[in-house]
Design a protein around this ligand. Structure first.
Ligand code: SER
Length: 342
């Protein structure tokens, strides 16, 4: 018999860290993971089986199919927005072909064990593209169907894969004699910038916020790569993980959308700097905008309308801007580097 499990791809990344911690703390589900790199020592004991490999490796996916019954997939593996601009074809390969492989894997799982596979897909504010700062200001809280004209390869990949997920869910092989759709229960969140106390991101363009905090905690000077007035939505990592789990466990009949915006707060880079300085008064934080990365962040909305997520599946982030810093980020990051220096 195959063993029933939850599968997490890109498990060693930022969201994966928080998600594995949370699922392991609940203790109800066996977890298997795929990541290009071995999991770190803290995570490894929390998963049943770790596959070090690529989502582009179909032999690996077939092996997992033969050994495990997967009921839920958190497909977190991706190449983020800054890195994707240096290697657009690699980004497309990982973000689109990799996601297609995972959707097909989920379809095969669903056909084989007969239950829909809940497929959680983190999309991003990068799926949006606003053409100018004036329009960004006027647009206000952008809704899911507005301004989906991404300027980055990563954003294009995310937007397209939202559609691929909807296709597998609702229309897969619609001309076949028997109905094959519905095996992949696809659900997606357009995440804002995420800030974790545990990990530092790499390769993203919202990274200025977490980089600023982690640099300050380590006593390193930080030159922020966007202007002080730059504004996009953010969320603390524990709330992002809770949102993923809430959507994963929501009653399908309550969901009217494939993709949901979520947000918790939307400070300017300058406001983030002020909060970091309150926590780490000696920190040196300057602004040296990189005009090209700035343009990417300027194309992302200053705020998003997440009322559908709040109404349909109970999105309810615990941390606002002040408490995210005072109760989560500052104390946890301070403890992290104190321990690291021992
Ligand atoms: N945080 C991501 C990035 O900056 C967006 O999803 O690429």
């Amino acid at each position: 018999m195959r063993k029933p499990v939850i599968l997490i791809t890109g498990a060693g990344g930022e969201i994966g860290h928080g998600l594995i911690e949370q699922l392991a703390a609940e203790g109800q589900s066996a977890i298997i993971t795929i990541d290009l790199n071995p999991l770190d020592d803290m995570l490894r004991p929390k998963v049943m089986r770790e596959f070090v490999g690529s989502i582009l490796d179909k032999n690996l996916l077939n092996r997992i199919l033969s050994e495990y019954e997967v009921d839920m997939i958190f497909h977190l593996a991706a190449l983020l927005s800054t890195r994707g601009e240096f290697a657009p074809l690699a980004a497309h390969q990982v973000n689109v072909e990799g996601t297609l492989n995972m959707l097909d894997f989920a379809q095969s799982q669903g056909e084989s064990h007969g239950r829909p596979v809940v497929f959680l897909y983190p999309s991003s504010i990068a799926a949006y593209g606003l053409p100018s700062l004036e329009i960004k200001e006027k647009a206000g809280r952008v809704k899911e169907h507005e301004w989906t004209l991404p300027t980055t390869m990563y954003g294009c990949n995310k937007l397209y894969c939202e559609h691929l997920g909807r296709y597998y869910n609702l229309h897969y092989k619609q001309l076949a004699a028997e109905k094959l759709s519905g095996k992949v229960d696809f659900r997606s969140i357009r995440f804002p910038g995420l800030i974790s106390a545990v990990t530092v991101p790499s390769g993203g363009t919202s990274d200025y916020a977490p980089e600023m905090i982690h640099a300050a905690a380590q006593g390193q000077a930080y030159a922020c790569f966007v202007r002080p007035d730059t504004r996009i939505p953010f969320m603390a990592m524990p709330d992002a993980v809770n949102a993923l789990l809430k959507l994963a466990r929501a009653d399908r009949s309550q969901l009217t959308k494939t993709v949901y915006n979520i947000t918790a707060f939307n400070p300017s880079a300058d406001e983030i700097r002020d909060l970091v300085l309150q926590g780490f008064p000696g920190a040196t934080i300057t602004f040296e905008p990189d005009l090209k990365r700035q343009a990417i962040v300027d194309s992302w909305p200053a705020d998003v309308d997440d009322s559908a997520a709040r109404n349909e599946w109970g999105l309810d982030p615990k941390y606002n801007l002040e408490t995210a810093f005072s109760e989560y980020l500052i104390p946890a990051i301070r403890a992290r580097y104190k321990n690291a220096n021992r």
